[in-house]
Design a binder for this molecule. Structure first.
Ligand code: PRP
Length: 178
């Protein structure tokens, strides 16, 4: 099915993303050296980032997944989040790092942090590949950030439009087909 959209331009090249993930991996490996770390990936968009990030680390990690969906309009976060898939193992007493592809309004992350903190992890931080600070509705920021981007609709490297474009190797801006 046609999405009525096309890739207008590449905002962040695949090579630039890989270089940044290596830098993030080095920093996270140093910060968590000797610790027991769980990477918590928020499905689906973050799987591509998780996959590259975990291989850029030189410390042992476990991975776990959560799937959430926000109630309300499909294109806008409502802040009310429903858990579709929960973690498989307890995170009590563990060092946890939420892995997100993008922080937009911040509402999903706010909910995720509150939910996970209620399970008493030893620590909880956030790494996001992309951050759109202009769109923020709540005062929240990632502890580790790949790129701050302008308020444009982006796809690729895990991010979708109607489930399409996730497999693009770079982060791209979509345009409307004439
Ligand atoms: C994206 C992203 C975050 C959320 C950020 O997921 O992965 O979880 O939106 O938006 P917010 O800061 O405005 O809350 P999305 O709901 O698009 O699901 P997907 O990853 O399965 O595509």
């Amino acid at each position: 099915m046609s999405s009525g959209k096309y890739v207008e331009k590449v905002l962040i090249e695949a090579e630039t993303i890989q270089k940044k993930i290596k830098e993030l991996g080095d920093k996270i490996s140093k910060d968590y050296a000797g610790e027991d770390l769980v990477l918590i990936c928020v499905l689906k968009g973050a799987v591509v980032f998780l996959s590259d990030l975990m291989r850029s680390l030189d410390i042992p990690v476990e991975i776990d997944f959560m799937a959430v969906s926000s109630y309300g309009a499909a294109t806008e976060s409502s802040g009310v989040v429903r858990i579709l898939k929960d973690l498989e193992r307890s995170i009590e007493g563990r060092h946890c790092l939420i892995v997100e592809d993008i922080i937009d309004t911040g509402l999903t992350l706010k909910y995720m942090k509150e939910y996970l903190l209620s399970q008493l992890p030893a620590s909880l931080k956030v790494v996001a590949l992309l951050d759109k600070p202009q769109r923020r509705k709540v005062d929240i920021a990632p502890d580790y950030c790949g790129f701050k981007i302008p308020d444009e609709f982006v796809v690729g490297f895990g991010l979708d439009f109607n489930e399409r474009f996730r497999s693009l190797p770079g982060v791209c801006v979509l345009g409307d087909k004439l």
